[in-house]
Design a protein around this ligand. Structure first.
Ligand SMILES: *[C@@H]1O[C@H](CO)[C@@H](O)[C@H](O)[C@H]1NC(C)=O
Ligand SMILES: *[C@@H]1O[C@H](CO)[C@@H](O)[C@H](O)[C@H]1NC(C)=O
Length: 245
């Protein structure tokens, strides 16, 4: 009894502390998130990846949002604006005067600092692994990422054949979508928004616009809800896999 209490006391795991609160220093790292510093925003965006605004913004929430969108870095401005990227754009640099220009409290945790009107508090995930669309999964081949214009042409084309299958799952991954489509006799498996799977029989490239066009705002960059090393389409973008002919 005594020994158990002693051992438990000695090795007790401290309660999880909220991190990046109060005064933080460049290089501070917790839970694989590293504080890189305070960087100036640019008219063209210092971190040009995904972004969102939230009245409950925290350092962890922004970093998690960016990692899910397949970006290792996050930056928060004005207390509640979260931006993502692979690195700071040319012209944006870590300020040499530390946190002087990053003093806005985060809207979701006033003990954390979330940039200012002109600067971003920038963080990076130290063990980040980019998710990919593998060329081949379960014998099927990756084809393309298609944009889904506002009039839903991509999916409507599948619907028009009256052979549509759609399902959404919290453990979605590429192999799961392919297996389910395959089981039902389909030869097209499209993944979207991390957790959606669409099955179809035919794909006519004439009706589908390639989302790899750099001017396209839709990209396949959302990690699969059930496999964080794979990409399952994106917001308004369908990652299509085809059964070999
Ligand atoms: C961010 O972290 C990744 C590893 O997850 C590393 O490859 C990259 O160099 C880091 N970027 C910066 C600017 O520290
Ligand atoms: C997760 O993705 C990786 C990379 O594509 C793959 O090797 C692995 O088998 C996948 N795991 C599952 C359970 O699908």
């Amino acid at each position: 009894m005594f020994l158990r209490i002693f051992v438990r006391g000695l090795f007790a795991i401290p309660p999880t502390l909220a991190v990046f609160e109060g005064d933080i220093m460049l290089g501070d790292t917790a839970n694989h998130i590293r504080y890189l510093g305070c960087a100036n925003e640019l008219p063209s965006r210092a971190l040009p990846g995904g972004s969102y605004i939230n009245a409950a913004m925290t350092v962890e929430a922004c970093q998690n949002y960016c990692n899910t969108a397949n970006y290792p870095m996050s930056g928060i401005m004005a207390g509640q604006r979260c931006y993502c990227g692979q690195g700071l754009s040319l012209g944006s640099d870590i300020a040499p005067d530390g946190n002087v220009k990053c003093t806005a409290p985060c809207s979701g945790n006033s003990r954390q600092r979330c940039g200012s009107q002109t600067h971003l508090s920038v963080f990076n995930t130290t063990n980040f692994v980019y998710a990919t669309s593998p060329a081949r999964v379960n014998g099927w081949n990756y084809h393309k990422c298609f944009m889904e214009p506002s009039w839903d042409a991509v999916l409507e084309n599948l619907v028009a054949t009256n052979q549509l299958v759609f399902f959404e799952r919290n453990d979605m991954r590429i192999g799961l979508c392919i297996d389910e489509c395959s089981k039902r006799g389909y030869s097209v498996a499209g993944l979207q928004a991390g957790r959606e799977c669409w099955c179809g029989r035919t794909i006519d490239d004439r009706y589908w616009s390639d989302a790899n066009d750099p001017s396209c705002r839709m990209t396949c960059g959302t990690i699969c809800a059930g496999n964080k090393t794979q990409i399952c389409g994106g917001k308004e973008a369908l990652a299509v896999n085809l059964k070999p002919k």
